[in-house]
Ligand binder design. Structure first.
Ligand SMILES: Cc1cc2nc3c(=O)[nH]c(=O)nc-3n(C[C@H](O)[C@H](O)[C@H](O)COP(=O)(O)OP(=O)(O)OC[C@H]3O[C@@H](n4cnc5c(N)ncnc54)[C@H](O)[C@@H]3O)c2cc1C
Length: 348
């Protein structure tokens, strides 16, 4: 049976990755006694990586170690952490409720920091070599492949960006795509096709990632039956076949964009500006008719507000673009400062 709670918290944070933990440092120091549902397993995407070399203040730290430090920091100032998933939410104008498997909690404000997941091919060999040459983030791991040969899998804008980023480090970049044309914008395709370091392999799929303790190559198959399977020797593989924000839970509660990312006020304002722009190459993430429809739903006084008053969002569940621990932390802090101000105004 689900047990209701009589207490109304000042703030409940859903998601215990860098964004949620950083927000809790600020919320706890502001004496708001945040209650953080960190998820199961907690810690977020950094738990899946080993070396992190681009988090300011640490020239080298292991992903799980960084999470442990953030978690301890949040707890030092009084954050209460529950390593459970929130399974249901009810957002209203007066207060909000969230439920775990066995209990319901109420709060004046909610911060959603449920993050995202990179999509993988789900080959057993790929999963085994994750962090051992197989990555889903060129900005994070490209530096480790100086003068090496790498491959990127994908055909959208992200794959183009990953391939171009890798040309700054690697000697050669293979861009493997299963179709005979890219889905990416024309401008990104042009940059890729004109880059002498990138070789595109059309109509090609990866059947196996080769290597015992580190990646050594790929077993490839082409769509054309007359071509035999072949081996491509590489030192690194980057998956760029998409990300899925962890936002299914909020589908009918707040506005999400076409890919499931949470729309916050600042993102809405940008989409609105793009929708009235005369530029031809702007890409809208919210359908044009919805941009106009949403007009009264976003309070532009708050950067990280969602379409429901008192519900805020930060980190990779909002950020379709940068997806870095540092940016998630920054967004979490901004949201925490806004929640503090929001409560000051509404508690009067
Ligand atoms: C393999 C890999 C390597 C990376 N390397 C780097 C790097 O070197 N440098 C860098 O800056 N960035 C790196 N990143 C990116 C970085 O990890 C993310 O940008 C960052 O973790 C995003 O933080 P977040 O808090 O927004 O979300 P996440 O880290 O995704 O955390 C979200 C948390 O919310 C929880 N959650 C989800 N749903 C619920 C729910 N219903 N109830 C409760 N909790 C829930 C999840 O379990 C998770 O713990 C890497 C990512 C990956 C995948």
């Amino acid at each position: 049976m689900i047990e209701p709670s009589n207490k109304i918290e000042e703030v409940i944070v859903i998601g215990g990755g860098p964004a949620g933990l950083a927000a809790c440092v600020y919320l706890a120091r502001a004496n708001l006694k945040p209650l953080l549902f960190a998820g199961s397993p907690p810690g977020g995407q950094l738990m899946l990586t080993s070396e992190v070399e681009n988090y300011p203040g640490f020239d080298h730290i292991l992903g799980p170690e960084l999470v442990a430090k953030l978690r301890k920091h949040a707890q030092t100032f009084g954050t209460r952490i529950v390593d459970q998933n929130i399974l249901k939410v009810f957002f209203s104008t007066s207060h909000h409720e969230v439920g775990t498997i066995d209990k319901t909690y109420a709060a004046k404000t909610i911060l959603i920091t449920t993050g995202a997941k990179a999509l993988w091919l789900n080959l057993q060999s790929e999963q085994r070599l994750r962090g051992k040459g197989v990555s889903a983030c060129a900005t994070c791991d490209g530096f480790f492949f100086k003068n090496k040969v790498v491959a990127v899998i994908g055909g959208g804008d992200t794959a183009m960006e990953e391939a171009l980023t890798l040309t700054k480090f690697a000697a050669k970049v293979y861009l493997i795509h299963r179709r005979d044309q890219f889905r990416a914008s024309k401008i990104m395709q042009k940059r890729v096709l004109e880059n002498p370091k990138i070789k595109v392999m059309w109509n090609t799929v990866v059947e196996e990632v080769l290597g015992e303790n580190k990646i050594e190559g790929l077993k490839l198959a082409t769509e054309k039956p007359e071509t035999e399977n072949r081996i491509l020797k590489i030192d690194g593989l980057f998956l760029a076949i998409g990300h899925k924000p962890d936002t299914d839970l909020f589908k009918s509660a707040i506005e999400l964009d076409g890919k499931g990312y949470i729309v916050t006020s600042d993102r809405y304002a940008l989409e609105f500006a793009k929708s009235v722009s005369k530029e031809t190459e702007v890409k809208l993430l919210i359908p044009k008719e919805k941009v106009t429809m949403y007009k009264d739903r976003f309070d532009l006084n708050w950067v990280s507000a969602t379409s429901v008053k008192g519900v805020f969002a930060a980190g990779d569940c909002v950020d379709y673009q940068f997806r870095q621990a540092g940016t998630a932390v920054g967004m979490g802090i901004a949201a925490a400062l806004e929640i503090e101000r929001w409560l000051e105004i509404h508690n009067q």
